[in-house]
Design a protein around this ligand. Structure first.
Ligand code: ATP
Length: 247
């Protein structure tokens, strides 16, 4: 029997007035895939993420998560069904320590409507285990705002992974990192990939996309102009014309 897609988009669109920010996307992502989304500024990548994570409603088409429509399902409900998303801006909790940040994530997971009130021994043990996995246990008492950029990115992933999501959506995971830090993050994501989790990310840094993705999607003016092997991007005529500004 055919394997059901974890995420499926059928003619998905999002209009803002006359602008089609996302314009008729058809796509099926299988469990365990690592998919990288690229494309120029304003291509519709963030809007597309907002649609698949339930933050923004589609104007047309349908999105299925594990075979069921997400229409009317909140980001919080999707989170509890195994969909975790990280955002570009992560310094909102800069005044908390690494451990406090992890514990807050554990008890408030996904912006719970009724956050848990008590931190138990179990929460603390889980926080320590995940921080250790990500090489952050020695920084547990450091303020997030004092962390090096790479460690902040690691914490961002760790606070999502602690919830054991089926699918992880990462928004510009290596944006702002130095080249050597990008290398370290590549290793981290390759390790995460091996666990079988489905990863979908937006990233402008092509070196990262080429190193970690099984599959690349390139968007332009709300449409998918490329869906295939990452190594095929550089030779693709449509993609080349978009990046040279002539499309
Ligand atoms: P970037 O790489 O710069 O983050 P992007 O590919 O993520 O760009 P989007 O942020 O999704 O692109 O924007 C796609 C288009 O939709 C842009 O023209 C943007 O101005 C427009 N847009 C996005 N959100 C809104 C909104 N809430 N209201 C009106 N227009 C919007």
């Amino acid at each position: 029997s055919p394997v059901e897609s974890i995420l499926e988009c059928r003619g998905v669109s999002r209009h803002y007035g006359a602008l089609a920010a996302v314009d008729g996307i058809d796509l099926a992502i299988s469990a365990g895939e690592t998919v990288g989304i690229g494309g120029p500024n304003g291509a519709g990548k963030t809007t597309f993420f907002d649609l698949i994570s339930g933050l923004t409603a589609v104007s047309g088409g349908q999105i299925l998560y594990n075979g069921k429509t997400i229409t009317g399902v909140s980001p919080h409900q999707l989170f509890h069904q195994g969909m975790a998303r990280t955002f570009q801006v992560t310094d909102g909790f800069g005044s908390l320590t690494v451990m406090q940040n992890m514990l807050a994530s554990i008890i408030n997971g996904g912006g719970a409507e009724r956050p848990g009130l008590f931190i138990t021994r179990k929460h603390r043990d889980l926080a320590c285990a995940v921080l250790a996995d990500y090489g952050l246990l020695n920084s547990a008492d450091d303020l997030v705002s004092d962390l090096p950029a790479l460690d902040r990115k690691k914490l961002m992933v760790a606070t999502a992974v602690v919830h054991k999501p089926q699918i992880l959506l990462l928004d510009e995971p290596v944006g702002g990192l130095a080249p050597s830090e990008v290398d370290a993050f590549i290793e981290l994501i390759l390790g995460l990939r091996k666990t079988g989790i489905t990863i979908v990310f937006i990233e402008h840094v092509m070196r990262f996309l080429l190193a970690v993705a099984d599959r690349a999607l390139i968007m332009h003016q709300g449409k998918l102009i490329y869906d295939g092997a990452p190594k095929g991007i550089a030779a693709d005529e449509t993609v080349k014309s978009v990046y040279l500004g002539s499309a």
